[in-house]
Design a protein around this ligand. Structure first.
Ligand code: AMP
Length: 451
């Protein structure tokens, strides 16, 4: 009993202020939205860089006769498990997967090639004249450890040529990569290697495993595991101890079968013909299982770059289509990391073309004038003038300052009188001279002045 009494007392004692506390707390714990780890917003000030890189890549792709393709961001999980390979980092650790309400195992695409191969097969594109040449761009998702230059949602631009095993295709794709960075004024080094077909890789794999086994204890934990699951991936390891071992490992080019060797030699001859500088990297294997024969990566040559991030990479994937169908169709492709290219442009202070300054600023004073100004703005915009405004401002001085800041050639001013008389003041922003004209003549007048 006394206990209950005490409780009651306490409750009573806290009763009144408590309501207040609850109210305050409710207010305090209001949900505050945050970005998820590893993803980021691309704000308006960065959009010009992203759009510029994408535009350059698109123009170039069209000039190489590629056609755009878009696939969904969401796909069946198995597409990547089978395509990229179960023992790759992407499938083992990095996929955003979930089971949807219809119990389908789905995944946010970690890369663009497997979805395009799916689309190629699903839409019977093998019936079209081969090879088909497509390009794509969009977000990819990998749950990587967040760090600078490595995001969980990042943007890629890529090309795929499906339906030809000719070495000239590999060279054309590498040539595209070279031309893209040339257009963007980024100095790059293209690293090239051949990892052969499944047959010559078998022999190489045996040789590599026997070498690496003898050094097993000196390999990092991940590589000790990879020795069983995917020994070729050890060549990709950035751990300094593993790197020392890799440097003395047998090289895959020494194990290429005659066909693969010939193929690689032809690719290099084409690159020489095009005068594309490249460097042979005998330990370049790339992270995805589907690659065969030619593989390459594009690296920035900037000395100050402490990161070890490539700007793009690709290669041949002659076995991927066979994994999903009974068709034996060779293919080759490349993907570029747009986020990293943008970072490179900024780090190297490479200027990108600025948006053209507006031709006309429309200023207004008073509510009635604003109504007329809105109509004139629409008319001029439809007539394709570069026209800007800030209708939320009231002061003429502020609006003129803004027009000046934006480097507009002319400011059109409508005050109460002009609004009633259906006239408008045309102010030349360079000379400061002003002239009043009829509103209905404005399009003709501006055409004359801006010709
Ligand atoms: P991959 O599909 O792994 O061959 O990657 C092709 C290119 O995409 C790389 O060379 C990078 O430029 C870019 N990339 C890959 N993963 C990421 C990531 N997590 N964040 C930013 N860019 C990436």
């Amino acid at each position: 009993m006394p206990k209950r009494k005490r409780n009651k007392k306490i409750k009573k004692g806290r009763g009144r202020p408590r309501k207040k506390v609850i109210k305050e707390r409710k207010h305090k714990v209001k949900y505050v939205p945050h970005l998820l780890r590893g993803v980021r917003d691309i704000l308006p000030e960065d959009q010009s860089y992203f759009q510029y890189v994408l535009k350059q890549a698109e123009i170039l792709a069209e000039s190489y006769n590629f056609q755009r393709i878009d696939t969904p961001i969401i796909e069946e999980r198995e597409l990547f498990e089978k395509g990229i390979g179960q023992s790759t980092d992407i499938v083992e650790k990095q996929m955003f997967t979930f089971t949807d309400k219809g119990k389908t195992k789905v995944c946010l695409r970690p890369e663009g090639t497997a979805p395009i191969v799916r689309a190629y097969l699903e839409h019977g594109m093998f019936n079209l004249s081969q090879p088909i040449k497509v390009y794509y761009s969009g977000p990819m998702f990998r749950r990587e450890r967040p760090q600078s230059g490595r995001y969980r949602q990042f943007y890629q631009f890529g090309l795929e040529v499906i339906g030809s095993d000719k070495p000239v295709i590999d060279a054309e794709i590498i040539s595209f990569a070279y031309s893209l960075f040339d257009a963007l004024k980024i100095d790059v080094l293209i690293k090239v290697n051949s990892i052969g077909c499944s047959e010559c890789r078998k022999a190489y794999r045996r040789k590599l495993v026997s070498y690496l086994r003898s050094k097993r204890n000196k390999l990092c934990k991940d590589c000790q595991r990879r020795l069983k699951t995917n020994p070729l991936r050890i060549l990709d390891c950035k751990n300094p101890d593993c790197q020392r071992i890799i440097k003395k490992a047998p090289q895959v080019v020494d194990w290429l079968c005659e066909n693969c060797r010939q193929h690689f030699v032809r690719v290099l001859e084409y690159l020489d013909e095009l005068k594309i500088p490249y460097s042979l990297d005998p330990y370049l294997v790339r992270g995805l299982d589907y690659y065969t024969r030619t593989v390459f990566e594009v690296w920035p040559t900037r000395k100050s770059l402490e990161t070890n991030f490539a700007l793009g990479g690709g290669g041949r994937y002659d076995n991927l289509i066979k994994m999903f169908s009974n068709r034996d169709i060779p293919a080759c492709g490349v993907a570029f990391g747009i986020d990293r290219i943008v970072e490179e442009l900024k780090a190297e202070k490479i200027k990108i073309p600025k948006k053209k300054a507006p031709q006309i600023f429309i200023a207004q004073i008073g509510e009635f004038a604003r109504q007329k100004a809105l109509r004139i703005f629409e008319t001029l915009r439809r007539e394709k003038f570069r026209v800007v405004e800030n209708f939320s401002k009231d002061s003429l001085r502020t609006q003129l300052e803004l027009a000046d800041k934006l480097k507009a050639k002319y400011t059109l001013i409508i005050g109460q009188d002009e609004a009633h008389n259906e006239t408008i003041i045309v102010r030349d922003m360079t000379s400061g001279s002003q002239e009043t004209i009829d509103q209905e003549k404005i399009v003709k007048e501006m055409r004359k002045r801006l010709r």
